[in-house]
Write a protein that binds this ligand. Sequence first.
Ligand SMILES: [Zn+2]
Ligand SMILES: [Zn+2]
Ligand SMILES: [Zn+2]
Length: 260
Amino acid sequence: MKPEISLTFLGTSTSTGVPVIGCTCAICTSGDPLLIRTRSSIHLQIGDMSILVDSGPDLREQALREGLAKVDAVIYTHAHLDHITGFDELRAFCWHREDPLPLYGSPSCLGEIRRIFEWAFSPTNIYKGYIKPDPKEITGPVQLKKLTVTPIPVIHGSVETHGYRFDYPDIPSFAYIPDVKTIPKESAELLKNIPLLIIDCLHEREHPTHMSLKESLAASESLGAQKTYLTHISHELDVHNVSLPLNCSFAHDGLKLSIS
Ligand SMILES: [Zn+2]
Ligand SMILES: [Zn+2]
Ligand SMILES: [Zn+2]
């Protein structure tokens, strides 16, 4: 049987979520389910292997919505709070496994997670019911069964940030880069002609640490991505009134892609 990866957008918003607390703009008050966005994260299901990329503050709601009961590993892009503060919700996934839960990330990202959630990494974390993390530093490609996960260093303000490229035998490769302002030349080499690119697109005006719509589309084109989904979207972007190139689409919460 031909393998298939099911990719689910758990969340597609920037750090505030959409609607934004207290905002009365047309997007935030639209009630349109395609415009309601939780904090950015994706889930990958490959056979019986279940992988989360980031654990944001909306993880509980996202897992309940998608019926997500099992996670075998979490891969972190960076340690900004909108990508890590669902950490304690990972408890529920630890209850269904014998071994500690592998958490992959750059040494600095894992160091920051360890600093913020210090109790979880302490030798005194012995109580049943608590999260049991197994930090695994990523400094180059890692193998999760047949899936190769390659870190793609990108520029996103002052915090060390990875996108990831995913390669699996007989399945088109794809990359997930939710937070990025610029892609260094060596990283762009790792993304050349990628069949599926998922990339940061904050809104139309420029921002110091995230790509604007124009920058996201330029990156998609210069990398030669065959298909691009835009994510990490703010309430300023009216996706219903933007026309995109034919090979580009806006992601939305709950969107599922079958990659095969
Ligand atoms: Zn973010
Ligand atoms: Zn708003
Ligand atoms: Zn960030």
